[in-house]
Design a binder for this molecule. Structure first.
Ligand SMILES: [Zn+2]
Length: 348
């Protein structure tokens, strides 16, 4: 179940911390330094963590005593890693010690939808895996805090909602080629979420108060829809899988939304008549919100993209990802086709 975030300004996040009694914070330097000077209720402990390996998270967990932590609220302040660390510690204590720790998430940036998803992303053997679930009591969207993050990162948050545009084409392909379960109501609702989001393009570009609200609303509706459907089919498809494949080849970390933006256009290009949105429409939207998508600006070389496209068909099978254009027998990724894709993206 996903909960509706509380949205406010005037540093509502600091007000919240001042009112919750004892708490432990999982955060990073930048967001914490912004909030710290605005609170008078000091936390019991502040933990800075970026290492999302299961090994490190278990070590962190062992540093806390159940009799101490059970009096505290767990608070995650930051991006994906801070929120997921707070979710992990809460989940593990609730499981192992039958506690019912309250959890509050305060995203300092809205570049991905992690703060809304109850599943916990950790790294096992270098790969992202989802373990357990932690449902926050409250999610606070504090405009004053989020506005401090770089605009291009906040704008990139658009991609975890806009990835619907290519995920829907993949769904059509799965329906037609392997008779996968399909629901026109869920499908149309997903389309509607995208169309609504695209209406706020000026506000998203400016990362204004309205822009932040449009992005958060898009996330909320997209996550709710996937929960209603039972998996991420309406939102995640070939665009995400190509990103995972490229990351596994280069080992680099990319700005998620920028890479997904590029891959969405590749998916639309390959889906051809199964594509649900036009390349022009989505490309124009990315230009309007100033989302960086060019491979060059993301430090992705032609050789790396070529390698990813050469191995993607094998990768999606090996990782048992759901059926997309990359499983389709009608897509043959030979040298000629790969060169066509590279020519296409180099012109973006
Ligand atoms: Zn994503």
């Amino acid at each position: 179940m996903v909960i509706q975030p509380t949205i406010g300004d005037g540093w509502v996040s600091a007000d919240k911390l001042n009112s919750i009694g004892k708490y432990i914070v999982f955060t990073l330097n930048e967001p914490w330094s912004l909030i710290k000077r605005r609170i008078n209720n000091e936390p019991q402990q502040v933990v800075f963590n970026l290492d999302m390996s299961l090994e490190n998270l278990n070590q962190l967990y062992n540093r806390f005593k159940p009799e101490k932590i059970k009096e505290c609220t767990i608070v995650g302040i930051g991006g994906g890693s801070a929120c997921d660390t707070a979710k992990f510690i809460t989940w593990k204590f609730n499981q192992e010690h039958k506690l019912n720790l309250p959890l509050i998430l305060i995203p300092s940036i809205i570049s991905v939808d992690a703060f809304l998803c109850s599943s916990i992303a950790v790294r096992i053997g270098g790969k992202v895996r989802y373990i357990g679930k932690s449902l926050p009591q409250e999610i606070i969207i504090d405009h004053d805090l989020i506005k401090q993050a770089p605009k291009n990162l906040n704008r990139a948050g658009v991609s975890d909602t806009i990835s619907i545009v290519s995920a829907l084409g993949d769904w059509i392909i799965a329906r037609d080629e392997i008779h996968e379960k399909f629901d026109p109501n869920i499908f149309n609702e997903a389309k509607h979420i995208v169309n609504e989001l695209m209406k706020s393009r000026e506000e998203i570009r400016e990362v204004s108060k309205e822009g932040i609200e449009a992005l958060v609303k898009g996330f909320y509706r997209e996550v709710s829809l996937c929960e209603q459907w039972g998996n991420a089919r309406p939102e995640e498809g070939s665009e995400h899988f190509l990103a995972y494949c490229l990351e596994s080849i280069t080992g680099a970390h990319y700005i998620h939304g920028q890479l997904i933006g590029l891959n969405i256009l590749i998916s639309l290009f390959l889906q051809e008549d199964a594509a649900v949105f036009s390349i022009e429409e989505i490309h124009q939207f990315f230009k309007d919100i100033k989302l960086t998508i060019s491979p060059e600006k993301q430090n992705i070389s032609s050789a790396q993209m070529k390698e990813a496209l050469k191995t993607i068909k094998e990768y999606v099978q090996k990782e048992r990802l759901h059926y997309t254009i990359y499983n389709s027998p009608r897509l043959i990724l030979n040298e000629v086709k790969i060169q066509k894709i590279l020519n296409f993206i180099n012109k973006l």
